[in-house]
Write a protein that binds this ligand. Structure first.
Ligand SMILES: Cc1cc2nc3c(=O)[nH]c(=O)nc-3n(C[C@H](O)[C@H](O)[C@H](O)COP(=O)(O)O)c2cc1C
Length: 379
């Protein structure tokens, strides 16, 4: 029998030899990662999600990462107004797929850790070791207000998340009944069986960007998602960033993989790709939704000068919501993805304006190029 360390390594590698892991990001939310009014924008309906996950699984895509979102951002489309809850969504998709890793995204303050631990184990058994967790602490005040839950002060959210995750991990591993007596959580005579699948545990990821959020990721996560490791910066710049993160993790005695996010618009010619990017992401942006997202971050025409606001709004639509835009021909998109792989980035979660319409072209044209470049194993 394989040792549990080797089994965990396989699991973190998503059970394949691809150097660059590729995932689908945000498909459980209406409009995905594109605040656009174009009619083909993403529905996030269950039948569409199911077809997408099966297609991705068949094509050798490595993982699916949803967004934990409870409330829309308004605007003409009510961006993210329709969302499927991520752990139940992941469980359904795991039952319908064979190879792909599926994450669930949980807000620690909104889920009781023992309910969460058992949901994760259930999903993990259904997926036979393919379930992963994105642990988030929340940043969107309106969502918490909706639950009647008061947000803790920023850094304390991560103290709470630490305790929450410690309790979940204990429930996954403790052979005997245990008590948990923390600053926030007091749990008595806890019993939790079964344990996660195959003497391993779900992959844990996080995307904190503040110093405290990053430190939480370094101490606890297998995969750390950073929003800015696109090919916007140089190969050397990305490589430096990756090695800094790995070095910082090693100070905690840990190994961590760096992931990032991006949006793909891939077409046979550069002109077609750029035209569609401008059409969908800029000319038909849902500006009301973008204003709503910025307002949550306290960026409004009242808080900053109008020209600065106009520039922020445009930047947000063009680069921030979906992550770095990979816009171009299959050759160009493959080269850019290969460049981040060469910089040591372990994987990337990608979004498309309409995932189902656009994924086949990406898989047919970009994946084989990545295999030829050595970033992925041939499928
Ligand atoms: C790839 C990625 C996925 C994220 N997913 C979610 C999510 O599903 N729900 C959420 O509330 N926040 C999500 N976030 C926000 C982060 O968890 C985090 O709160 C944010 O980056 C701010 O960092 P901080 O908490 O350290 O201040 C995500 C961020 C990134 C880059």
């Amino acid at each position: 029998m394989m040792s549990s360390t080797a089994a965990m390594r396989d699991r973190i590698a998503m059970y394949n030899g691809n150097a660059l892991k590729i995932g689908i990001f945000g498909a459980n939310c209406s409009s995905g990662r594109s605040a656009t009014t174009v009619p083909e924008r993403w529905s996030a309906s269950w039948p569409d999600c199911l077809r997408l996950a099966r297609m991705a699984d068949e094509a050798g895509i490595d993982f699916v990462l949803p967004i934990g979102r409870w409330k829309g951002y308004g605007g003409d489309t009510d961006f993210h107004g329709s969302t499927l809850e991520t752990v139940t969504w992941a469980t359904g998709l795991l039952g319908a797929t064979r190879r792909i890793t599926v994450f669930g995204t949980v807000h620690a303050p909104l889920f009781h850790p023992l309910i969460a631990a058992k949901e994760f184990v259930t999903a993990d058994h259904i997926g036979e070791g393919r379930f992963g967790i994105n642990l988030v602490v929340g940043w969107n005040e309106g969502e918490f207000e909706m639950f009647g839950v008061t947000q803790r002060e920023h850094d304390t959210r991560y103290d709470f998340a630490q305790e929450w995750l410690d309790a979940v991990k204990l429930a996954w591993t403790a052979e005997d009944e245990f008590d948990f007596d923390g600053r926030f959580l007091q749990l008595k005579h806890v019993r939790a069986n079964p344990k996660p699948y195959g003497e391993t545990r779900p992959i844990i990821m996080n995307a904190g960007s503040s110093p405290v959020g990053q430190s939480f990721a370094l101490r606890n996560c297998d995969a750390f998602f950073v929003a800015t490791a696109g090919s916007r910066t140089s190969l050397e710049g990305n490589a430096k960033k990756v090695s800094e993160i790995k070095r910082a993790a090693s100070e905690f005695g840990r190994e961590i993989e760096v992931y990032t996010v991006g949006q793909v618009i891939c077409r046979p010619t550069q002109q077609e790709a750029e035209d569609y990017y401008r059409h969908a992401i800029i000319e038909n942006a849902d500006w009301g939704a973008i204003d709503g997202m910025l307002a949550i971050k306290n960026i409004t025409p009242q808080t900053i000068p109008p020209e600065e606001y106009a520039a922020k709004r445009r930047y947000f639509a063009a680069n921030a919501i979906g992550g770095y835009p990979f816009v171009g021909t299959p050759d160009r998109v493959a080269e850019e993805l290969d460049s981040i792989s060469k910089a040591g980035v372990r994987g990337i979660a990608l979004s498309f304006v309409n995932y189902l319409l656009e994924l086949p072209y990406f898989c047919d044209e970009v994946l084989p190029r990545l295999a030829r470049l050595g970033a992925r194993a041939p499928h």
